[in-house]
Design a protein around this ligand. Structure first.
Ligand code: MTE
Ligand code: MO
Length: 316
């Protein structure tokens, strides 16, 4: 199969036409001083946060890597978000339908204090940090994304997990009204993902609420999504509505779809091939030559001890 690389595409092709035109109209409306018009164009009236609005008080983080970030236009137009279609460019075209306000996340299961939290309260839980992370999709492409978020641990501590809680499940929105993709049975909706509790509490694991200093674009998982940089991208569930603590490993959407291809751990591992392709190398979006994929996506120093004594070929 011959696939055109994003690197071969002109930027006018990569940026979805709709987005281009909306931006242009927005600039015009703003120039005319019509704030209301601009707000309407940006979807505020449809119940969305101001897409592209700057997040205040974002701190730098020592966990950021020192690599060139993938351009904003690639990060926000080459996406996997199957609820909006299975091809890479559909989410950027379709995700404006998603209503991200009001938004609540319910946190339940094996906890002392189950709670339902509004997104505004979640945004105030902890200082926002910029985390520039290397991201690796199981399909063989990678990006460097300057996320804005906070440690997932800060959110999980709100509900006081019980001693019996060993795993955390993440459930994402499945709304047939706004998400054309959930009418198709490619996955068993809603999209589910899971982490072991110690992985979820690890300081590298964040809830992202933005990127490039701005609120998260819908196609990247607004208003909040999981980011676990040493695992394949699909662990990073988008547009989360429910978090559940459990004593057993939750079934995940990808494990249900293809158990022989996707395991629970899904740690980036160049030594364990996907049954249908090698995981030894990757294409960084925007680059021509392939790079060697790094064990734990380059985060081994921080996370390898989580898996001490485990056979990572068995626990893939
Ligand atoms: N709800 C939901 N979350 C999802 C997906 C999805 O289809 N639905 N795709 C996953 C995959 S395969 C990847 S690689 C990342 C892509 O995130 P990005 O588009 O922000 O780069 O999101 C993950 N989270
Ligand atoms: Mo992915």
């Amino acid at each position: 199969m011959l696939i055109r690389r994003p690197a071969d595409l002109a930027s006018s092709e990569i940026t979805p036409r709709g987005l281009f035109e909306r931006r242009r109209t927005f600039i015009k409306a703003a120039g005319l001083g019509s704030i209301a018009g601009a707000a309407a164009l940006l979807g505020l009236e449809a119940g969305n946060a101001m897409a592209g609005s700057k997040l205040a008080g974002v701190r730098k983080s020592p966990f950021s890597i020192d690599e060139k970030a993938t351009p904003f236009k690639d990060v926000t137009s080459y996406n996997n978000y199957y609820e909006f279609g299975t091809d890479k460019y559909s989410p950027a075209h379709e995700a404006h339908r998603l209503k991200t306000r009001p938004w609540t996340v319910s946190i339940e299961g094996l906890v002392r204090k189950p709670r339902s939290l509004g997104i505004e309260d979640i945004l105030r839980l902890a200082p926002l940090e910029e985390r520039i992370y290397r991201m690796r999709c199981v399909e063989g492409w990678s990006m460097v994304i300057p996320w804005v978020g906070f440690p997932l641990a800060a959110l999980l501590k709100q509900v006081e997990p019980l001693g019996s809680a060993k795993f955390v499940e993440f459930q994402t929105l499945s709304d047939p009204q706004s998400m054309p993709g959930v009418k198709s049975p490619v996955l068993d909706w809603p999209y589910l993902e899971g982490l072991r509790l110690d992985e979820a509490m690890h300081p590298l694991t964040i809830m992202a609420v933005g990127l490039y200093g701005e609120e998260l674009p819908n196609q990247n998982g607004a208003p909040l999504r999981l980011v676990v940089p040493w695992k394949y991208g699909f662990k990073g569930a988008k547009s989360i509505v429910k978090i559940r603590f459990a004593d057993r490993a939750p079934g995940t959407a990808w494990m249900k779809a293809a158990p022989q291809e996707y395991g629970f751990y899904s740690n980036v591992n160049p030594g364990v091939d996907h049954p249908r392709w090698s995981q030894a190398t990757e294409r960084r979006i925007g680059e021509f030559l392939k790079r060697k994929t790094l064990m734990f996506n380059g985060y081994g120093e921080q996370v390898a001890q989580l898996y001490a004594g485990m056979d990572l070929k068995k626990f893939y």
